[in-house]
Design a protein around this ligand. Structure first.
Ligand code: FMN
Length: 225
């Protein structure tokens, strides 16, 4: 698969087949993604692959925290704006409604919405969970590096016929996740990622959020053919 095809094939997958991914495949994916660029080559990434019983334990404990003690858990950084405004608010709403329509969740059905949110903590049934950490004294520039690393994993996965979903939602539960994985307090949980084989029959995987056209976000300057 060429890079352009992988860019277009990658989607956030929210339903996976119960088919395992072998360790060598996961290792080869990370082995390719480590060539992502980073400013002065600092390579700020720290990835944890969670499988089998560890995956089960993390999912169980985070689901428990999400259901019973949601107010006690909060991501240590803002991912979404604290004050939504246009045009971002409209795009966000379109994305949410598009997804809920595919899932058959009616507007205002908060219970079904909450249940869908909880699915994050099953990695949407993907057999592989990835959890990404960064040293908390690293500045915003290194988070830019991190995004490149994460997209590299997702493109590499697409090229291998695998599916992914990047998941900020895990960051809220860093205090639950960190001790299970033995990660130092000085590391921030950036996000999680579900990795596995997409369920082609699941309607939710057919959702393709709209994208801006190039002219809507690009300004050209100067001459050139
Ligand atoms: C950093 C990041 C965090 C995200 N967190 C979540 C998440 O917690 N749960 C989820 O279902 N989708 C999550 N998404 C997926 C976005 O909703 C998705 O990328 C967006 O709607 C565009 O859709 P596409 O990825 O299918 O092209 C996240 C995406 C990114 C890049």
């Amino acid at each position: 698969m060429d890079v352009d095809t992988a860019l277009r094939a990658r989607i956030s997958t929210r339903a996976f087949l119960p088919r395992s991914v072998d360790r060598d495949t996961i290792a080869s994916l990370l082995d390719a993604a480590r060539f992502a660029p980073s400013g002065t080559n600092v390579q700020p990434w720290n990835a944890h692959v969670v499988l089998g019983s560890t995956r089960e334990r993390i999912c169980r404990e985070v689901r428990h925290a999400a259901v019973h003690e949601r107010d006690l858990h909060k991501a240590p950084f803002d991912f979404y704006p604290t004050q939504w405004r246009e045009p971002y608010l409209g795009r966000r709403r379109a994305c949410g409604w598009g997804l809920y329509t595919r899932l058959g969740i009616a507007k205002g059905d908060h219970a079904a919405g909450a249940a869908q949110e909880l699915r994050n903590f099953d990695f949407f049934d993907a057999p592989v969970g990835l959890l990404f950490f960064i040293d908390d004294d690293l500045p915003i520039g290194n988070w830019l590096d991190y995004g490149m690393f994460i997209q590299s994993i997702m493109l590499g996965a697409a090229a291998r016929g695998l599916a992914t979903c990047p998941q900020f939602s895990w960051a809220h539960f860093h205090r639950v996740v960190r001790p299970i994985l033995g990660v130092a307090e000085s590391r921030t949980l950036v996000c999680g990622m579900a990795l596995g084989y997409a369920d082609p029959a699941a309607p939710v995987n057919g959702y393709r959020p709209a994208r801006l056209a190039v002219d809507e976000f690009t300004t050209w300057h100067g001459e050139g053919t």
